[in-house]
Write a protein that binds this ligand. Structure first.
Ligand code: ADP
Ligand code: GLC
Length: 487
């Protein structure tokens, strides 16, 4: 089976969040199952710089916004990828520094509609082998709004591949104006409520839902949630009407990249059956990295960690509001890594300045530090208000760092609360709260701290999480079923 996998980011070349991890680890898992994969990405400037050599496959003339682009299609090999990467090289659209979606000031690139329309047009051209490479995919799998137009362009091919579209986060809809629609010369028959039109503009995510043969999202619970007004961002009605083709498939994690027994970012390795002394070695190193002069004296105290995009979704405010109270009457220390909204960044800086001995903050993006935190923290905080899947809680479980999560989406599907019954039956692996408030969050942190003080209970919790298999094998098989069932 030939599969064209189309995404706007992929680890380790370009990553802003979990989509990047999945767009790397899922195609790798599928390739291991015998699928012949090509991964198509935009040739962002920073991405190109990470590649040792690229080969030109050909040129395509592609309609943009009131102009036509001459686009080069490149092929590259990368040591982390067992299949070729295909890149859409259009200098006017992708040869620029920094974040793939945002300018340095945090606003979207003004031409995002054009950038991802051109990207999608190229994907559709390659799917019909417009370059005559002798490689025609049976399945095209596209991800999130940036690739939402791919299934729509494929609709127009007389002989089209199966189109699978995955929603990683419905909160980002790829909404653009009617003026953009016109400038991009998109087919006028798409402009209807049954097509891509959305509240007077158009939505690329909607296009992906409407025009694909199967829609998937990244956990079974989120698949149900997005069919309700509370989580649907105005698309819940559409999703309900497409329930026949909607599937919730839990993301897997890359068990090699995230393995505490081999992770090069760690100061000490450890194994499923024996987290200590490895975890303490990492805790000491983590504290040292944050400038703590005598990390040994902190080792006995619980260290609560968080790695997150600093946005409303992630419940950062719940953590910020809860920290002063928790510092007042517990021994907890906090270590927080993140970047995002200026307000949250500033509040975290302020907390670190106010409590220099107990709150440690890094504002920025640091993949290695994130790995070290997963290993060195005692607990992981993930109070997301909604979470399509979430990968960090699974990384935490694998690293013996029980997560504290709100009951939603993929968090609900992966974390089992340490209630007395669940502890007794050996099912508990973390802590779950049910009301998205600082109060309920704080209460649950205190419950976790009580558990931490009982070594036998804590060891059992850690062991349960570390022994679980969050790898891709089960979920990759489900994707294969979908590729085949729609074939
Ligand atoms: P989301 O995709 O919504 O951000 P996930 O939990 O699925 O949430 O994935 C987040 C990914 O991004 C994880 O691999 C996490 O380690 C990483 N990440 C997020 N923020 C940072 C950061 N500031 N530094 C390093 N890694 C980060
Ligand atoms: C999105 C979601 C996150 C999910 C990730 C990968 O960024 O916010 O929950 O884990 O995509 O699917």
């Amino acid at each position: 089976m030939k599969l064209l996998f189309v995404a706007s980011e992929a680890f380790p070349l370009v990553k802003t969040g979990g989509l990047g991890d999945v767009a790397y680890s899922l195609p790798c898992a599928l390739q291991a199952e015998g699928v012949d994969v090509r991964l198509l990405l935009p040739a962002y400037r920073d991405l190109l710089r990470k590649l040792a050599s690229v080969r030109i496959l050909g040129w395509l003339e592609v309609q943009g916004a009131n102009r036509v682009h001459s686009v080069r299609i490149l092929q590259a090999e990368h040591p982390d990828y067992p299949f070729p990467l295909w890149l859409v090289d259009c200098q006017a659209l992708f040869d620029r520094p920094g974040n793939p979606y945002l300018q340095a000031n945090g606003y979207d690139w003004a031409d995002n509609a054009e950038r991802f329309t051109v990207f999608a047009r190229v994907a559709a051209e390659l799917a019909r082998d417009a370059l005559g490479l002798g490689w025609t995919p049976e399945v095209v799998h596209a991800h999130d709004w940036q690739t939402g137009l791919v299934p729509a362009f494929l609709e127009m091919l007389p002989q089209r591949p199966q189109r699978v579209f995955t929603i990683h986060n419905l909160a980002y809809g790829g909404h653009f104006s009617q003026a953009d629609f016109t400038a991009l010369q998109l087919p006028s028959h798409w402009w209807s409520a049954e097509g891509v039109e959305f509240y007077g503009g158009f939505s690329m995510l909607k296009a992906g839902i409407v025009y694909s043969d199967a829609v998937t999202t990244v956990s079974p619970t989120y698949a149900k949630e997005i069919c309700t007004p509370a989580f649907g961002y105005g698309l819940d009605g559409l999703l309900q009407s497409r329930a026949y083709k909607l599937h919730g498939i839990l993301n897997g994690i890359d068990m090699d990249v995230w393995n505490p027994a081999t992770d090069p970012a760690l100061a000490g390795w450890y194994f499923t059956k024996q987290a200590e002394p490895g975890k303490s070695v990492n805790k000491r190193e983590l504290l040292k990295r944050f400038g703590v002069s005598n990390p040994g004296s902190h080792l006995q105290y619980p260290l609560l960690g968080m790695v997150s995009r600093l946005v409303e979704q992630k419940g950062v405010d719940l953590v910020i509001n809860a920290i002063p109270g928790l510092l007042a009457d517990t021994e907890a220390r906090f270590v927080l890594i993140g970047a995002g909204h200026g307000y949250f960044e500033q509040r975290l800086h302020e907390l670190a300045a106010e409590y220099p001995e107990r709150v440690f903050v890094f504002i920025g993006y640091d993949e290695q530090l994130a790995h070290l935190l997963e290993a060195g923290a005692d607990m992981f905080l993930m109070p997301s208000r909604f979470e399509p899947c979430g990968l960090n809680q699974m990384y935490s479980l694998r690293y013996g760092t029980p997560p504290i999560v709100f009951h939603t989406g993929g968090l609900a599907d992966t974390v089992t609360d340490a209630s007395p019954q669940n502890v007794q039956s050996g099912k508990a692996n973390g802590f779950v709260f049910h009301e998205p408030s600082s109060r309920d969050f704080s209460r649950t942190v205190r419950r976790a701290l009580d558990c931490f003080a009982q070594p036998a209970v804590w060891d059992a919790l850690q062991a349960t999480g570390m022994q679980q298999d969050f790898g891709w094998s089960n979920s990759a098989a489900q994707y294969l079923d979908i590729y085949r069932s729609h074939g």
